[in-house]
Design a protein around this ligand. Sequence first.
Ligand SMILES: [Zn+2]
Ligand SMILES: [Zn+2]
Length: 257
Amino acid sequence: MVRKKENKVLLSSRDSLLIERIDLHIHTSFSDGNYSVEEAVKIAEIKGLKIVAITDHYSEVQYRSNRITRSQFSRYVQTLNNFTVLKGVEVEILQDGTVSISKNKVKELDIVIGGLHSINNIKFWGDYSPIWNPKRFVEKVRVTLIKSMESGILDVIAHASWLPEIIRKETHRKITKDWIESVVDAFCDEGVAVELNCAWKVPDERFVKYCVKKGVKLSIGSDAHQRLMIGKTNYAINILKKMKVPEDFIFIPTSLF
Ligand SMILES: [Zn+2]
Ligand SMILES: [Zn+2]
């Protein structure tokens, strides 16, 4: 679990288990995880992970609980500097497609993940508000994701095809082939990686297949908020193995090269 030059050996070795040793999406008690950075690092080490990013929620543009604020940012970065992990954040993708971090902060990080967590005041998690027009809602998700990629700030988008609880069961029908192709084309054009989000088990095989066709990189993330979830990336590993995705499709932050 190393960053910068030290990792070169690992990356150049043909380690067939590399995909089993990556977790680029881990929260800690800096935002809404229930363990410290130190504990997360220890658990990742015990699990034999090699490429690990701590990516707490960060928002400087609107107040939301359990988000690192602008004034807490340097303490967060300084803390991560004490450990051999990649320094990351998960920023909000806002409804207008802007993201909740300014460009000067990005320079201090190894990885910036974008996450869309609410639209029209409907939260994607723990919110059962009715969605009267799911088709329009899903279209809004598409447009917002594409707009956010155009910011040039995001390295990865987490849980891209994730939908609010009330319409989640219909994901396969609502997220159509055209929707997938349109979004993945944007990932391709903007050079953003698609996360295989192992907590929410998205995106599905259709999505991944089109990513491979377009040469879009795939990022592996547990989206851990609890100790047991750190390094739990079975969803990604299974899909990558099943679809025989070559290792060079796996997203590795450029700071490791
Ligand atoms: Zn998220
Ligand atoms: Zn997350």
